[in-house]
Write a protein that binds this ligand. Structure first.
Ligand code: HEC
Length: 272
């Protein structure tokens, strides 16, 4: 958590009209460094871009942004990256997706001190100081959890399976369960742990003490994932729904298969 310590003060205090200069930590091996927002705004490759359907603002947005790939020198397509937000949300991102020259293009949008972005909701801060946005996201099936906002750091890490063996399906698990594990990493891990494994604890652990496939009646878990508020409704609910455009019906079944499988692989002694 030390990564956020310096940034929290700089970026979280001013909820007023002017956004304050902030710092982005790039922890990516030999080329690690930090960037001030002013440096990024003045980066030779910074441009004005339009994002037609912004996932967080739910409308078209314009940003000053730098292609993320140009900031990731030395990062290889086989590497694994994680974007960590000020609130602890941690998006897992295969580097290949961020470096790709075709398909979806990843941009780091930078909030300028003189042109603050709108609040994400009434009484909330904006998506700044740094926000990972995508052009043409559907070309690479970029999911909504791959648009981290209020980003504090991007770091290179070992792949999820190496960092968190407690998330692994059995070695002889079928292809559908393995596919479900990949979907779990893409869509769920930014907020949840399972077997106490994961970097975020925004939502409850999905295996211990009980796995939702054990206590949700048939059909209700799928309905919950599609639209949590369709099952239980309260204004502070934070889990987003996953529509069919984001998670197809077949993918949802694979994800449920992975969760069911993991109920047989509990690590009840894992410390939460
Ligand atoms: C942006 C964060 C976020 C993401 C992404 C997310 N969840 Fe959640 N989830 C939560 C939070 C927070 C809760 C607690 C209820 C609430 O506030 O909505 C929750 C609750 C749940 C519950 C209910 C548990 C219970 O017993 O009440 C289930 C099941 C669940 N999530 C499964 C999933 C799955 C499966 C995925 C991936 C497809 C996922 N979540 C993605 C944040 C998230």
């Amino acid at each position: 958590m030390k990564l956020f310590a310096t940034l929290t003060l700089a970026a979280l205090l001013p909820l007023s009209a002017t956004a304050q200069a902030a710092e982005l930590e790039l922890d990516i091996g030999p080329a690690s460094r930090s960037w001030q927002s002013a440096e990024l705004l003045a980066h030779p490759q910074a441009r004005q871009i339009e994002i037609a359907e912004d996932v967080s603002y739910k409308r078209a947005m314009h940003y000053r942004a730098v292609p993320l790939a140009v900031l990731l020198s030395g990062v290889q397509p086989g590497d694994h990256l994680q974007a960590v937000a000020l609130d602890g949300f941690a998006a897992e991102l295969p580097a290949a997706l961020l470096l790709a020259q075709s398909g979806a293009q990843a941009w780091l949008a930078i909030e300028g001190p003189t042109q603050p972005w709108p609040a994400l909701a009434a009484g909330k801060p904006s998506a700044g100081p740094f926000y990972l946005v995508w052009q043409n996201p559907e070309a690479s099936q970029v999911g909504p959890e791959q648009w981290p906002y209020q980003v504090a750091a991007i770091r290179k890490l070992a792949p999820v399976a190496e960092r968190f063996p407690a998330l692994l399906p059995a070695a002889d698990a079928d292809a559908s369960t393995q596919a479900g594990f990949a979907l779990y990493q893409k869509h769920c891990m930014a907020c949840h742990r399972l077997n106490a494994a994961g970097d975020s604890a925004f939502g409850p652990d999905l295996n211990i003490p009980h796995n939702p496939t054990e206590y949700f009646a048939e059909g209700f878990l799928a309905a919950y994932i599609r639209d949590p508020q369709s099952m239980r409704r309260w204004p502070q609910g934070k889990m987003p729904g996953f529509s069919e455009t984001v998670l197809s019906e077949a993918e949802l079944q694979q994800l449920l298969g992975y969760l069911r499988h993991m109920a047989t692989r509990k690590q009840p002694d894992a410390a939460l």
